[in-house]
Design a protein around this ligand. Structure first.
Ligand SMILES: [Ca+2]
Ligand SMILES: [Ca+2]
Length: 302
């Protein structure tokens, strides 16, 4: 009996150890410190009707309020730009790849939800173990962040939603709902990008950002775009993986809202609902979808 109690005590001690050992140490690299940033960069596949591609925030000049206008005029260099940051934890690193678009003009197929705004930041995060193998990926998608277990090589192949630039490994929103992507158009391979750290953007933040950390714009928009380095996930991206089963999981919170989409969609056969939405007569359904897509609470990554 004493042996049993001793065994029980030892077992409890072992079980309690990981929670103490899981104290997270991390280091954030804002500049390249001999880290091969291209090594895990994603390849981005755009819809054939996509009009906006990733550029340098200051690719035209150092006034950010004219970025939408100047992009339309073709004043940004055509070479795509990827901003990066790497956060190192005990036993793994998270490579952050951020993409800036001068404009966001998202609508869910024929449903006008008016998610239009100057500036748009979207990101792909890649978790890499000590042996250099990627094992987890997160992609920003409108108001939530998709997460995937991953074992498909160094460069994730990512689909970009038309107009809104949210990203997915399987062209699905959460709950299996198709994202806005009709057929492949331009593909930006990982080796196509110019890689930049955030030093230039941070250096000019006083001029570019308002007092709350959002990019200045001269356009009316419901959504404002916060500077990436002012977001919690920038400094601790692993929170996305750690919180996967916790009550504070961002995705679980938003799933409550997206379930409302799921209630609407089965009536229209999810796989073929694009034309069906076009003929959607019910104004209440349209309003429901608008409410779901526009009023999900922050945090958002775009
Ligand atoms: Ca503007
Ligand atoms: Ca500009």
């Amino acid at each position: 009996m004493n042996k049993f109690i001793l065994l029980l005590v030892i077992t409890l001690l072992i079980l309690s150890f990981p929670t103490q050992a899981m104290h997270i140490q991390r280091k954030c690299y804002l500049k390249d410190q001999n880290i091969d940033v291209q090594r895990y960069a994603p390849t981005l596949c755009y819809d054939y009707k996509e009009k906006y591609f990733p550029v340098d925030v200051h690719g035209d000049d150092y006034n950010v309020t004219n970025n939408h206008e100047n992009y339309e005029k073709g004043l940004f260099p055509d070479k795509p730009v990827c901003y990066y940051n790497v956060v190192s934890y005990d036993g793994f690193k998270v490579y952050e790849y951020w993409f800036y678009y001068a404009y966001n003009d998202y609508n869910y197929y024929s449903i006008k939800i008016n998610d239009i705004h100057e500036h748009d930041f979207e990101a792909v995060f890649v978790w890499v173990d000590e042996d250099g193998y990627p094992f987890y990926v997160a992609t920003s998608m409108h108001l939530w962040i998709q997460r995937y277990s991953y074992n498909e090589g160094d460069h994730p192949f990512v689909y970009v939603e038309r107009g809104g630039h949210g990203m997915s490994l399987n062209k699905k929103l959460i709950d299996g709902i198709p994202m806005v992507f009709e057929k492949p158009g331009r593909i930006l391979e990982w080796r196509d990008f110019v890689f930049k750290d955030f030093s230039d953007l941070i250096y000019h933040s006083d001029r570019d950002l308002d007092s709350n950390g959002y990019y200045k714009t001269d356009e009316v928009a419901k959504v404002r775009v916060k500077a990436p380095w002012l977001r919690a996930v920038f400094h601790d991206p692993d929170v996305l993986r750690r919180s996967k089963n916790n009550a504070d999981n961002i995705q679980i919170k938003t799933q409550k809202k997206t379930l409302e989409i799921a209630k609407i969609l089965p009536k229209f056969k999810i796989g073929r609902f694009i034309p069906l939405f076009s003929s959607l007569k019910s104004r209440s359904h349209r309003l429901d979808l608008r409410r779901v897509l526009l009023q999900i609470a922050p945090p958002r990554i775009a």
